[in-house]
Design a protein. Sequence first.
Length: 173
Amino acid sequence: MNEILKNIVTRRSVRKFSSKAIPEDVLNDIITAVLYAPSAMNTQYWQLTVIKNEDMLERLQKAVGKALDRPDYHRFYGAPVFIVVTVPEDYRHGAVDTACVLQNMFLAAHSLGVGSVWINQLRDCYDKTEVRAIMTEAGIPENHICFGCAAIGYADCELPADRENKGIVKTVE
Ligand SMILES: Cc1cc2nc3c(=O)[nH]c(=O)nc-3n(C[C@H](O)[C@H](O)[C@H](O)COP(=O)(O)O)c2cc1C
């Protein structure tokens, strides 16, 4: 198996991060990989909002927890960086483009020793007043909606060496 394939099969979601910052050059490499994600008709309509500000992350955590009635909602597993991917609300390929963006991000991060996990909760509450106010403060356009976010940072836990694969593969010859 070549190094790219090994990187794909060894990536795992990380759900406990250390507070260690991601060096700027490493984060920039991850973002560069995202810039090359495919998008329908090459629209690249998405916006990445990279939040490192601890005060904003805490406020966002609280706002999400409140909006979803989950007072114990985690601070994005303690990740030092939280990336909100948003797309225009009237763009029909927003969900799938977001998935391409996030997969590029996760694989790039893993190749650089940085852990990651998809965070789905903003999808269910981006339109709630308190959450939207923080998104606006972070520079996210009002007409943008969210299908997924990423928590990234250095893992503070062991990751499973392998996992069960349940997807169906059929070959017709
Ligand atoms: C659409 C989507 C939503 C997800 N939402 C969350 C989430 O909110 N929190 C979380 O911890 N993991 C989330 N995950 C990560 C999955 O749980 C994870 O990818 C899956 O269990 C397989 O594990 P692996 O990533 O370690 O291979 C999500 C993944 C996808 C694709």
